[in-house]
Design a protein around this ligand. Structure first.
Ligand code: ATP
Ligand code: MG
Length: 344
């Protein structure tokens, strides 16, 4: 029995539920925060990847742009496939296609106070970074509750996520305790799993690379714009001449080198030269461009492969819907039974 096999309840593999908002293409931050772990664990765990298209409507920027959200469902699925998720093993589904999730989300909203829902550092950060002011919707406040329904609907054990999602997983765990205590045992508390880089900085030095902040390098980034983005990256702001000793720690260019350059010796050498003021930013960036391009080349190729086969991608989502729906329906019938919502 391996780590990912249930000890009680027989031989079912442990489950992963992970996913992304359908709010645009995926980038290097998604890879470092979550996708890399998904790829690694897809054999060990029964994996569900949700493309959160309903969640996308929580943001003013997308609420009136269903075209963009629909297109993103494909972009996000393709990015997952392009980094090496295997559709013959992994269940990909669009959140909106499994309507039982909506029901579960409504039930969870009865178990969480409005104050508690707002007491969430990630929501506060998004209100600030996305300039939501006091105009955010009920759906935005409800965002983590719907996410709890995504996770608990398939009874996931593990949730690979970036650091910003930890407060949402904590809320899902609270909901499990509250539900089980109130109505009887149905759920188990899911565990988060944060990636190699819990929060990858943006090219502009902002603490988070985000598709909403225009500071991202995408997984299908063409070579030309990759070069432009890397050469324009924020580095050590106090360094004016290449002969000035530079700071490596917290410098986005070196963070990317550490994360994506497989030539560790080169990275160590560059760091030393940079600290001693013996290498210019331009050379460090050129080497980074080369490393990132090498990393992205096979991903780009698979991306283009699926991009020209959207019908295949749709089929993956249709069969994923069927499988996910079956699982969430089983969960819902337990929930409805415990809550006596199954009388009629
Ligand atoms: P949005 O601005 O629409 O919320 P996003 O870029 O934050 O988009 P999500 O779809 O919310 O992307 O995130 C999907 C997953 O990727 C989450 O687990 C999130 O924590 C992770 N993630 C996103 N950006 C980063 C980042 N810069 N570093 C590490 N992980 C990240
Ligand atoms: Mg996000």
């Amino acid at each position: 029995m391996n780590d990912a096999t249930e000890s009680s309840g027989g031989s079912r593999k442990k489950r992963i539920l992970t996913g992304d908002n359908a709010t645009g293409r995926l980038h290097l931050g998604h890879y470092a925060g979550s996708l890399e772990n998904r790829v690694k664990l897809q054999d060990e765990y029964e994996t569900f990847v949700i493309i959160a298209d309903l969640h996308a409507f929580a943001y003013p920027k997308y609420v009136s742009d269903p075209e963009k959200i629909a297109r993103s469902v494909f972009d996000v699925t393709i990015a997952n496939l392009a980094v090496g998720m295997d559709p013959s093993k992994v269940c990909f589904f669009a959140e909106s296609s499994v309507t039982e999730i909506y029901k579960l989300g409504v039930i969870f909203s009865m178990l969480v106070s409005h104050n508690r829902a707002l007491r969430n550092p990630t929501l506060k950060e998004e209100i600030r970074d996305k300039n939501l002011g006091d105009k955010f919707s009920m759906g935005f406040v409800n965002f983590p509750l719907l996410q709890a329904a995504d996770i608990l609907g398939v009874k996931a054990d593990l949730v690979p996520v970036g650091e910003d999602q930890l407060p949402h997983i904590e809320l899902a765990r609270e909901i499990v305790r509250k539900f089980n205590k109130t109505y009887g045992e149905v759920f188990k508390e899911p565990e988060p799993l944060v990636g190699k880089v819990s929060r990858l900085v943006g090219t502009d030095g902002n603490t988070k690379m985000s598709k909403s902040l225009d500071n991202a390098i995408y997984l299908n980034e063409p070579e030309e714009s990759l070069k432009r983005k890397v050469m324009g990256m924020y580095t050590d702001p106090n360094r004016i001449h290449p002969t000035d000793p530079g700071t490596v720690e917290g410098n986005p260019v070196f963070i990317y080198h550490d994360t994506f350059n497989s030539n560790e010796q080169e990275v160590e050498d560059l760091k030393q030269l940079y600290r001693e003021g013996r290498v210019g930013d331009v050379e460090v960036k050129e080497k980074l461009f080369y490393a990132l391009n090498t990393f992205l080349e096979p991903i780009r190729e698979r991306y283009n492969h699926y991009e020209s086969r959207l019908e295949d991608v749709r089929e993956i989502l249709v069969s994923g819907k069927n499988k996910a729906q079956e699982e969430v329906r089983k969960t819902m019938s337990e929930v409805e039974n415990k809550m006596k919502l199954d009388l009629i």
